[in-house]
Design a protein around this ligand. Structure first.
Ligand SMILES: C[S@@+](CC[C@H](N)C(=O)[O-])C[C@H]1O[C@@H](n2cnc3c(N)ncnc32)[C@H](O)[C@@H]1O
Ligand SMILES: Nc1nc2[nH]cc(C(=O)O)c2c(=O)[nH]1
Ligand code: SF4
Ligand SMILES: [Mg+2]
Length: 214
């Protein structure tokens, strides 16, 4: 299988329950909820996306013809070499929608190289086995197929997606992440109020945007 990757880089995970941890980010090309073109945003299912996931032209991006080739490229960005079961590496597969491309060959290839595997997904595609940290971020108007995982991270507020309807799902952690955009300040305040009134939910800030790292 050929994998299309927009970009790949070492950074700190900025969001959710692993915020602050060093990780190689592998951003796959393409999403099933938006074309990624600005002229299509207003008719997309997901309209608030903060990410460019078109093409393969980013830092470290490209087409990778085999799982081993992509796994080697990811592994080469990890500062401790080699990663191992004792001190594992961390890769975050994101996008775009990573579950359109992530398969068991790539999962096995990363595990063989001593990596733990985290995924950021919109939950519209069932996840393959073997993911070590699965973050699902449901989108209003999109059918949620993957109803279990490690953390559920809801971009908030989303008209038509009430957090109360999600909190019985099978996740260890529940986060509200304020929607970035023109109403960001109001969204942060609304998320804080919601978490204080509903302690099942915690606040996930996009810390990489505060510090200016990718
Ligand atoms: C760019 S998405 C890629 C992964 C996957 N397609 C998804 O939506 O979960 C990565 C994370 O950023 C979140 N996100 C996207 N746009 C955002 C925005 N404007 N404000 C806050 N979070 C946002 C998504 O909900 C998701 O948790
Ligand atoms: N530092 C950093 N952390 C992130 N966590 C999730 C991200 C994403 O775009 O999926 C992201 C990202 O783009 N950068
Ligand atoms: S589902 Fe994820 S990648 Fe796709 S448009 Fe929405 S936030 Fe962006
Ligand atoms: Mg991002």
């Amino acid at each position: 299988m050929t994998y299309s990757v927009k970009e790949m880089f070492l950074t700190l995970q900025g969001e959710g329950g692993q915020a602050g941890r060093a990780a190689v980010f592998c951003r796959f090309t393409g999403c099933n909820l938006w074309t990624g073109r600005e002229e299509d945003r207003s008719k997309a299912i997901c309209q608030f996306c903060d990410t460019d996931f078109i093409g393969t032209d980013g830092e470290g991006g490209g087409k990778f013809e085999h799982a081993d080739a992509l796994a080697d490229a990811i592994s080469s960005l990890w500062p401790d070499k080699p990663a191992s079961a004792a001190i594992p590496g961390l890769v975050v597969f994101t996008g775009g929608e990573p579950l359109l491309q992530l398969d068991s060959a790539l999962i096995n290839a990363m595990h063989q190289r001593g990596f733990n595997i985290a995924v950021e997904s919109n939950g519209t595609v069932k996840a393959p086995a073997g993911i070590d940290w699965l973050c699902i971020s449901p989108k209003a108007g999109a059918l949620l197929e993957q109803k279990r995982g490690t953390e559920l991270k809801l971009v908030f507020p989303q008209p038509g997606l009430d957090p109360a309807l999600l909190e019985s799902l099978d996740f260890k952690y529940f986060w509200l992440q304020p929607m970035d955009g023109p109403d960001q300040n109001a969204n942060i305040q609304a998320a804080i109020r919601y978490c204080m009134a509903h302690p099942k939910w915690g606040l996930s800030l996009q810390t990489h945007k505060l510090t200016g790292i990718p």
